[in-house]
Design a protein around this ligand. Structure first.
Ligand SMILES: C[S@@+](CC[C@H](N)C(=O)[O-])C[C@H]1O[C@@H](n2cnc3c(N)ncnc32)[C@H](O)[C@@H]1O
Length: 222
């Protein structure tokens, strides 16, 4: 079951990037991250997937353009999760009566009870405080099926202003992923980013490392 529980992971610096924060961004339409279309590198990746029955999760889905694209391509098992109540209400209305998609309102870090063949990352990682990154990778690890992959985009740059978005680089991500039980199959500078993100993001695919990974961080019940 999903449940909102942010008590474990509040921002120690002040701003709490919680459900209220994200909901307020949607209500005031301050959604500068919103591309208004599926991201081209993710479209290419989706096009490379043959099995339309794969279970696909999009955490921090926002306006769900990639989900729409998945449905158009015939995918039948898509799950979205987002912490913003107003956004999710709209998505649930938009996808009502479509049995191929499930829209969950809640905290990604409280998602339990299912694993996924594909998890798509798009400006969710960079929306989280950097101190959440280890927990993010560990949570992804726990949500991937045996052959499942986490794929998507990460910024390969820093930002002048305090985030979100929070930046980073390939070296940090490689270390973070490997130390937290994921094997990187691909992590390369993206060649077909949307213009404002050109040369500043990497496309990656990762999967669980062989063997059982023990979660070290006692912060969240993941
Ligand atoms: C920067 S936006 C990106 C939205 C979308 N992925 C896109 O690229 O347009 C980050 C999204 O993550 C959601 N979010 C933030 N923290 C979350 C959490 N702990 N669990 C689920 N969703 C979360 C926000 O509500 C927001 O929709």
């Amino acid at each position: 079951m999903m449940q909102q529980n942010l008590t474990c992971c509040g921002d120690p610096n002040g701003t709490l990037l919680d459900a209220n924060y994200w909901n307020a961004q949607y209500l005031s339409n301050t959604t500068g991250w919103d591309l208004g279309m599926p991201s081209p590198p993710l479209v290419d990746f989706i096009n490379s997937l043959d099995d339309k029955k794969m279970s696909v999760l999009i955490p921090g889905c926002g306006n769900a353009y990639e989900a729409e694209y998945l449905l158009q391509q015939g995918f039948t098992n898509v799950t979205l999760v987002d912490i913003s109540a107003d956004l999710v209400k709209k998505l649930q209305e938009r996808f009502a009566n479509n049995a191929n998609i499930r829209v969950v309102h809640g905290d990604f870090f409280e998602l339990n009870g299912a694993t996924f063949d594909v998890i798509l990352e798009q400006t969710f990682f960079c929306a989280l405080e950097p101190f959440m990154r280890e927990i993010y990778v560990q949570k992804m690890n726990s949500l991937l099926s045996d052959q499942g992959v986490l794929a998507g985009l990460l910024f390969n740059r820093e930002f002048e202003k305090q985030g979100p978005p929070f930046g980073g680089n390939v070296n940090q991500y490689q270390q973070l992923f490997v130390q937290n039980g994921l094997e990187i199959l691909e992590m390369e500078l993206c060649k077909n980013s949307v213009a404002p993100r050109a040369n500043s993001e990497v496309f990656f695919i990762a999967k669980r490392k062989e063997g059982v990974f023990e979660v070290k961080n006692p912060c969240c019940s993941i």
